[in-house]
Design a protein around this ligand. Structure first.
Ligand code: GDP
Length: 297
């Protein structure tokens, strides 16, 4: 699981302080030093760590006494709240269109999990919200990407709109919108092409699709195993496309988790979903508070 190393370290740090009936400034200092090291080791962005520690210190020293908690527990509560805030605070829901269909564009580097996540998201929308999504295959470059989405569509018994690999992705998106309206789909999920690295041509194409379909959401799919690189990728995509949210994939792997903890702070865009496995039902809405609880034990 993601965050295991970080969780172990933070939990052992916290244990030292939990039972304390009196927390001195020195205790807070030591605790924040250990929290800082644990976060840096988990690959959390340096600046993000710095800000977080500053907040914890300010709040942990000189906070009001709450009768129900020991001073040690209060300090931990502060750490938890700060960690929750760092990951976005409240759960961020899908921005739904006033008039259907709600259009969601999936973007990201090759291998991040876009195609799989498109299928998972369609599945989740149908299952939890009783919606009727249309999947759209706009990745005309990666061999087998269209086939992959069509196979997912068959597994889910859900329609996939494609025009083969010779068509222009902008045209595909345009035609897909016509079909979605005709057939009364309430969600359109557009799987776009990725590259191994951020590249201008790709960004140009994604911008054109964005202009054509005017999506309600643009989700950047990020592989959480890629560490700090994920943060740089998120910054680039956000600059170029003004994304509306992030999907973190492969949180079931043994990622150190730093990216997950940094992306919201760096891009100021919420993490909407987390991929927890390869299967089509392994996508979860991202809850910052639950994730913080998971990490802090
Ligand atoms: P794309 O190039 O961005 O469309 O990436 P794909 O959807 O083809 O995914 C790349 C690989 O990552 C595939 O083998 C997926 O099964 C795998 N994958 C995607 N999401 C997850 C996840 O949340 N957990 C795990 N373990 N694997 C994932």
């Amino acid at each position: 699981m993601a965050f295991e190393g970080l969780a172990d370290r933070l939990q052992s740090t916290i244990k030292k302080i939990t039972g304390k009936g009196k927390v001195t400034e020195q205790d807070v200092k030591e605790m924040t030093r250990e929290v800082r090291l644990a976060l840096l080791e988990a690959d959390v962005n340096y600046k993000v760590v710095k800000d977080l520690i500053k907040n914890i210190k300010e709040r942990a020293v000189g906070q009001e006494v709450m009768e129900s908690l020991t001073p040690g527990q209060q300090v931990i509560k502060v750490v938890k709240e700060e960690l929750t805030d760092l990951m976005g605070g409240e759960q961020s829901k899908i921005a739904v269109a006033d008039r259907a269909p709600t259009v969601i564009m999936m973007v990201g580097l090759q291998g991040a999990g876009k195609t799989t996540t498109s299928g998972k998201l369609a599945n989740l929308l149908r299952k939890q919200h009783n919606r009727k999504p249309l999947l759209v295959a706009c990745d005309v470059y990666r061999p087998a990407a269209i086939q992959q989405l069509e196979t997912l569509g068959q597994q889910l018994d859900m329609p996939v709109f494609s025009m083969g690999t010779d068509a222009n992705p902008v045209d595909i998106a345009k035609q897909a919108m016509v079909k979605a309206k005709e057939e009364h789909h309430d969600y359109v999920i557009i799987d776009t092409a990725g590259r191994l690295h951020v590249d201008e041509e790709l960004m140009g194409e994604l911008q054109q699709i964005k202009t054509e379909v005017d999506p309600h959401e643009i989700y950047l799919v990020v592989d959480s195993m890629t560490g700090q690189d994920a943060v740089n990728v998120a910054e680039s995509f956000n600059e170029q496309l003004d994304i509306t949210g992030v999907v973190l994939t492969k949180l079931d792997g043994d990622t150190r988790g730093g990216a997950a903890l940094s992306i919201k702070a760096v891009t100021d865009k919420p993490i909407k979903f987390a991929g927890m496995g390869e299967k089509l039902d392994e996508l979860e809405a991202f809850h910052p508070d639950r994730m913080a609880s998971r990490i802090l034990g």
